[in-house]
Unconditional design. Structure first.
Ligand SMILES: Cc1cc2nc3c(=O)[nH]c(=O)nc-3n(C[C@H](O)[C@H](O)[C@H](O)COP(=O)(O)OP(=O)(O)OC[C@H]3O[C@@H](n4cnc5c(N)ncnc54)[C@H](O)[C@@H]3O)c2cc1C
Ligand SMILES: Cc1cc2nc3c(=O)[nH]c(=O)nc-3n(C[C@H](O)[C@H](O)[C@H](O)COP(=O)(O)OP(=O)(O)OC[C@H]3O[C@@H](n4cnc5c(N)ncnc54)[C@H](O)[C@@H]3O)c2cc1C
Lengths: 252, 394
């Protein structure tokens, strides 16, 4: 089984980030990490490949920087990586991102595509569905459990009440939620081997796609600081005040 | 460019020492840091208090990651750089010195002599299973009456036909009672030699040392060898002098140079967080000048120690590291780590004496680290001899 896992390298959320003057694009430092949410996708991909004598190909779009994030996923056990990097793709919106990823994945061939539900930095949460549409395969989203075997994939799709069991024939795309599995630690042997694994670099020209970027970021503002909460002194009546407040918010 | 959010420099890597590390080194470090945060930190306070260690589970997890004998080549070992080994020790010891000791003993003190001085057959028999954590090793050099002066050891091995008969008692042996194989150093007619003794050999027994107030999440034992008989192919063929055990210690001390900084970093981080949250006289205690002096002293000590460790790491990978330089690292980093731990302890006030915070645990552990693998005084004499040419040991 040929599994493709989409992974995004992002600036470490723990370090201060910078926006580019003029475009307001996020400055992507050399030092980027594997999006934590995508570690789950890699683990799911590896488990399915291991159970089905398959392979795992990573696909990532963006400035590769020093490639640490991709190397981490290779060290976890993925077989190879495809990096899409091109100045023309700077500032891509979600649809352009999906187009580029879909073109590379189509070229590579696949039985199953795994992606995260939403990224940690952009978190539009739409790239996976767009890719599925572009590739003409079903999108199984919000997966909290994934099982894939001969010719089909079954997931538990998280709902407000619990989960739905959703099944589709392969080829298909699954977007997993964080916590779906416990991502493995890269082993040191994996880290040593990762250096020797093939990494293909693709440009827009290689993909044969047209990039038209007609969106701009008009303005940005810092999020307003959270205001202090309301303190209720308990003189025997606090529970009534709390109940009233919850009713007002329509929580109860 | 607009800088969003806070623009405090990283208080943990003030000098950006990270920029001196390769991607691979950082990946190794991130793996161990992640593991320690998830699997060690939440439990270590309890293990320490109860004086226990889930050693079988840990050995397997360490083996799965590739921590055991990680910088050795072949025989199922990962074959990383020495720098990567050092960084792994740093992160392990940020968890607990006992956890790092477990890995040091297995990799540097038990696997290393087999890898370096063992026969091909010995390597095949032991190393792959030690790398996975299936087989645990220990290193028996110290005796009750022979500590800083190990060449005065009384444990001895005598020929009996083609066999050897070993008698003696080893003291303070990490992993002693949980080991499957003991590397025992003993006097012979042909000098000091190393023996690979399966711990189920008749005449071999181990008794744990209780009532420790340091390194409690680590097994320390006394080993008794009472007419232990082993065949000739259980002796390490490659060495017959103190050079054998000393070269192992050199490996482990290299790891401690990094490890001690991990313990110090954990104490500094804990004190920094605490000092910002804790209010007295209407403001955070971090806003008092006396506290800032302590915080800065700790930060500088941790950064300086890291630079020393990274420098020694590069030299080791280049093949230019001398044993005197390893003494420098062990000596200076451990004494500074202990100082940092004590300072951090004072910042935490009363909370600093509880195991709810990691500080006093590290502080107590570092007393062991100060003493084992060559005491502070012994390393002083090593460097003193190196710079004067005069021996002050005897
Ligand atoms: C300041 C700012 C302004 C933005 N403005 C716009 C805008 O105006 N219009 C607009 O459409 N978008 C905008 N974006 C979103 C940005 O274009 C997206 O971040 C990007 O296209 C990828 O989408 P995402 O990260 O939101 O993906 P999501 O859909 O949240 O990601 C889900 C999953 O898809 C996969 N994936 C996503 N991106 C990649 C990738 N590059 N490589 C490999 N796998 C990937 C991963 O598996 C990921 O877990 C903006 C982002 C920022 C930070
Ligand atoms: C928790 C723990 C685990 C250990 N694990 C192991 C292990 O796995 N394997 C192993 O073989 N050993 C192990 N050791 C033993 C350790 O290496 C010794 O304790 C150490 O070498 C010091 O020996 P000693 O305790 O006998 O002290 P001593 O040598 O008696 O020293 C006592 C004091 O005298 C000082 N001193 C000694 N000689 C001189 C001198 N010439 N000049 C100035 N000062 C001097 C010392 O520096 C020290 O301050 C462990 C110890 C501990 C505490």
């Amino acid at each position: 089984m040929k599994v493709v896992v989409c992974i995004k390298q992002i600036p470490d959320p723990a370090t201060p980030y910078t926006l580019e003057e003029g475009t307001n694009w996020l400055v992507r430092p050399d030092e980027q990490i594997l999006d934590d949410g995508d570690r789950y996708g890699v683990e799911v991909g590896l488990q399915i490949a291991e159970a089905n004598e398959g392979t795992v190909t990573l696909v990532s779009m963006g400035p590769s920087g020093n490639g640490q994030g991709v190397r981490q996923a290779l060290a976890m056990g993925a077989d190879k990586a495809i990096l899409i990097e091109d100045d023309a793709l700077r500032g891509s919106d979600a649809l352009t991102t999906a187009r580029a990823l879909a073109a590379a994945i189509k070229e590579e061939g696949f039985d199953l595509i795994i992606a995260g539900t939403e990224s940690t930095d952009g978190y539009s949460g739409v790239v996976p569905q767009m890719m599925a549409e572009l590739l003409g395969v079903p999108a199984l989203t919000y997966a909290t459990k994934v099982e894939a075997g001969e010719g089909s994939v079954t997931i538990h799709r998280q709902t407000n009440a619990g989960y739905d069991v959703v099944n589709a024939a392969l080829p298909a795309l699954v977007a997993v939620t964080a916590g779906v599995v416990e991502p493995r630690y890269p082993t040191f042997k994996g880290i040593m081997d990762a250096k020797k694994k093939p990494v293909d670099n693709l440009s827009v020209a290689d993909l044969g796609i047209e990039v038209t970027s007609d969106q701009t970021v008009a303005s940005i503002a810092e999020a307003t600081a959270r205001t202090a909460g309301q303190k209720i002194e308990d003189e025997g009546e606090a529970h009534l005040a709390i109940v009233a407040l919850l009713e007002e918010r329509k929580v109860i | 460019m607009t800088q969003i959010s806070f623009d405090r420099p990283d208080p943990i890597d003030f000098l950006d020492i990270d920029s001196l590390l390769s991607e691979e080194e950082k990946l190794v470090r991130a793996t161990v840091r992640d593991y320690v945060e998830k699997e060690i930190v939440p439990h270590i306070g309890d293990w320490w208090e109860e004086g226990i260690l889930p050693q079988e589970q840990l050995a397997k997890e360490f083996g799965d990651i590739g921590l055991l004998g990680m910088h050795l080549e072949g025989y199922g070992c990962a074959g990383t750089s020495a720098m990567a080994y050092g960084l792994a020790c740093l992160e392990l010891e940020a968890g607990d010195s006992g956890i790092r000791s477990f890995v040091s003993v297995q990799g540097s003190l038990a696997m290393f002599p087999i890898w370096k001085f063992g026969s091909e057959e010995q390597k095949q028999i032991w190393l792959p299973r030690m790398a996975t954590g299936e087989v645990i090793g220990c290193f028996g050099l110290t005796e009750a009456d022979s500590g800083s002066d190990p060449s005065s050891m009384r444990t001895n091995a005598k020929r009996d036909g083609t066999d050897w008969i070993i008698n003696g008692t080893k003291m303070w042996i990490t992993n002693g009672s949980i080991a499957d194989v003991a590397v025992i150093w003993a006097q012979t007619d042909g000098g000091i030699r190393g023996f690979l003794i399966p711990t189920d050999t008749p005449g071999f027994s181990a008794i744990d040392i209780k009532k420790k107030a340091s390194l409690r999440a680590s097994v320390t034992s006394e080993l008794i060898l009472d007419n232990v008989r082993v065949p000739d192919d259980f002796v390490l063929p490659g060495v017959s002098s103190m050079k054998g055990p000393l070269s192992c210690l050199n490996e482990a001390r290299f790891g401690i140079t990094f490890g001690a900084i991990g313990a110090a970093r954990a104490c500094y981080e804990s004190a920094l967080d605490y000092s910002i949250e804790r209010h007295q006289f209407g403001k955070p205690i971090a806003s008092f000048q006396l506290t800032q002096r302590k915080l800065v002293d700790m930060m500088v000590a941790v950064q300086r120690g890291t630079l020393i460790a990274v420098h020694l790491g590069r030299r080791k990978d280049d093949g230019t590291l001398t044993s005197e330089q390893v003494s420098f690292g062990k000596f200076d980093n451990v004494r500074n780590a202990l100082e940092v731990a004590r300072t951090a302890r004072s910042i935490l006030g009363a909370n600093g004496i509880t195991l709810e915070y990691p500080v006093i645990r590290h502080m107590a552990n570092l007393e062991t680290v100060y003493t084992y693998e060559g005491t502070n005084e012994i390393h002083t004499l090593v460097m003193g001899q190196a710079i004067t040419g005069l021996n002050a040991f005897t």
